[in-house]
Design a protein around this ligand. Structure first.
Ligand code: ATP
Ligand code: MG
Length: 572
């Protein structure tokens, strides 16, 4: 067993979060309850997969449970189509929240009551400063903020104004409810953060019931508490927010409000996943979709789970990737090559081998009779006997890859050339006698002869040839389309663009190559959308789930057979 297989088969790697949970359990904590809390404002990406594997994985290891909760506090950016895609992607990845599906909007009533409890305790106030003014008076890391002139309104006035905010008396953006904490705090987040804003937008679940919406910060920790989440695992950029979340929770606890749980959730931060040549911010992914750079959220070049799935990545390969990158406290950038490596490892075990020619060059075998065929029984997967065998059909006219022939070969070119011999995989050794050209001088056909003593590809006389090429019979093949992909961004760090430019500066204009006249062996013509195959010598290919029509298959190249991402760097 090699080291890669070891990783695939081993128990999950331990990380610092295991240590924390173990200590909590020793101290008598109850069952572990985690959650994955997406905002329904985009599709899930490979970074989310890290968080999903971590949260659902921990729940499974500790025999606890993991909730799926949509943090839907921003109706202007949210959409039910995102909710459906997120559910589909989590299931596809192999995880199940069973009956534990929640929405932060389920707690809008409760949050409203709790906000009033804070007002009654003198810990929140209605502020009339416009949003720009609120941020201007917040101060900086080195200077304290200034108190709002509305900060010391009476409790009764605050209760009355807040009620009227809710009942729609004031225009959008004209008032906010703010927590009354400390404008001088060294934690910027504690400088009287906004808890509610007025926003007349229909919510996908609560409709037009509300014209005030709680902020994410006011909602997130309370939602966790209400659901009895024991460990609120989030990415490092929320480290500072922890002070605020704790303030809200402890203050509410001291006021004795009713929640679903006695125990406050414990926030633990880990480093988010960054991948070379990849952007993961949903804002930018949305831009790529809206500016038409890609063909939707599930474009096979997108780092979304929907895109990766369409490209041919398996859930197993993505889970393996998440396991290998581990969970740590410091931010880092993972090589895209590792994700591709995980796909190769998994597809190598499960994908059946087939032959396809992407850029066909016709060969006529002049000594092979027109009405003759040979059938060669070949293994579908040399690494997996259970995959069985199939028949390859050989005939007088075949196709090989254009690139596998050179009229004037450079040194160390061992494939086909005038007067040269190669093996056609599992079939015959052939010799090239002539290259036929059209009037423009382009080679359109090769005239070759088969060595009749090499049936099955092995020479009876022990003759050696240096190359083995893939091929398909002209008559017993079908036409198909293949799409080859390169990363969307040329630079390892796409965010590294000059001042005044934006992300598109680093865009790779060559991220997709469409080959419309490929030939695939007959056996492949019945392949179904979503199925993956290894095209010999070319890589792993998955039947596209969108663009196939009867009689015309489209294949997406998932990965090449060997790591060649360096090709991207060279193109720069
Ligand atoms: P983005 O920055 O892409 O817009 P987000 O953090 O706003 O993402 P959410 O929907 O809030 O997206 O994410 C849900 C969960 O996924 C959060 O707990 C978040 O911490 C986690 N998550 C998001 N991106 C990553 C990442 N790159 N690596 C690990 N976890 C991530
Ligand atoms: Mg977020």
């Amino acid at each position: 067993m090699n080291s890669d297989e070891l990783i695939l088969k081993n128990e999950p790697k331990r990380n610092f979060i295991h240590e924390i949970i173990d200590r909590d359990k020793e101290a008598g904590a109850s069952a572990v309850v985690t959650r994955f809390p997406p905002e329904p404002n985009g599709y899930l990406h490979i970074g989310h997969a890290k968080s999903i594997c971590l949260n659902f994985g921990l729940a499974k290891e500790y025999s606890g449970r993991c909730h799926l909760r949509f943090d839907d506090t921003n109706p202007s950016k949210e959409n039910t189509k995102y909710i459906e895609s997120i559910k589909e992607d989590i299931k596809w990845l192999g995880f199940d929240w069973s009956e534990h599906l929640y929405f932060a909007s389920n707690y809008f009533d409760k949050l409203y009551e709790w906000a009033k409890a804070l007002i009654r305790a003198g810990k929140a106030y209605v502020c009339d400063l416009p949003p720009e003014e609120v941020s201007k008076t917040r101060g900086t890391l080195t200077e304290p903020g200034t108190e709002s002139p509305y900060r010391n309104r009476s409790i009764d006035e605050n209760l009355d104004l807040f009620e009227r905010m809710k009942s729609g008396e004031f225009p959008d953006g004209s008032k906010t409810l703010r927590a009354k904490i400390d404008m001088k705090s060294s934690f910027m987040v504690l400088r009287d953060p906004v808890m509610y804003r007025i926003l007349r937008v229909t919510h996908h679940r609560t409709g037009d019931k509300w014209c005030i919406y709680p902020t994410y910060d006011w909602t997130h920790g309370q939602s966790d508490w209400n659901e009895g989440i024991t460990h609120s695992i989030c990415t490092l950029e929320f480290e500072n927010n922890r002070a605020l979340y704790d303030w809200f929770l402890r203050t509410l606890e001291s006021l004795g409000v009713e929640t679903g749980s006695k125990r406050l959730p414990k926030q633990i931060e880990f480093a988010r996943l960054n991948l070379t040549h990849t952007v993961m911010s949903k804002r930018w992914l949305l831009e790529l979709v809206e500016r038409g750079v890609v063909d939707g959220w599930d474009d096979p070049r997108m780092p979304t789970l929907a895109g990766l799935r369409r490209r041919g990545f398996t859930p197993e390969s993505i889970r393996d990737f998440c396991e290998r990158i581990g969970v740590a406290k410091t931010n880092s950038i993972v090589e895209l090559a590792l994700l591709e490596h995980c796909a190769r490892q998994d597809l190598n075990r499960r994908a059946e081998r087939r032959m396809a020619v992407l850029k066909p060059l016709k060969i006529t075998l002049t000594n092979y009779p027109e009405d003759k065929i040979d059938k060669f029984e070949v293994k579908n997967n040399p690494d997996d006997e259970s995959a069985g065998t199939r028949n390859l059909i050989f005939s007088r006219e075949i196709f090989i890859e254009e690139d596998d022939f050179r009229e004037n070969p450079p040194k160390h070119f061992f494939r086909l050339m005038p007067g040269g011999e190669v093996r056609l995989k599992d079939a015959y050794i052939i010799k090239c006698n002539e290259a036929v050209k059209d009037s423009s001088g382009k080679i359109v056909e090769l005239l070759c002869t088969v060595d009749p003593d090499s049936r099955g590809g092995q020479s009876a006389s022990g003759k050696k040839v240096k190359s083995t090429l893939h091929w398909v019979s002209a008559k017993y093949s079908e036409s198909a389309e293949a799409r080859l992909y390169n990363p969307l961004f040329l630079t390892p760090n796409p965010y590294d663009f000059p001042k005044g430019q934006d992300l598109l500066f680093n865009l790779n204009s060559d991220s997709m190559e469409i080959l419309k006249d490929c030939r695939i062996e007959k056996e492949l013509a019945s392949a179904k959308p979503g199925e993956s195959y290894q095209f010999m010598r070319l890589g792993y290919f998955c039947v596209d789930s969108r663009n196939c029509v009867p009689g015309h298959l489209v294949f997406n190249q998932t990965v090449t057979l060997k790591d060649d991402l360096a090709r991207v760097e060279k193109k720069k």
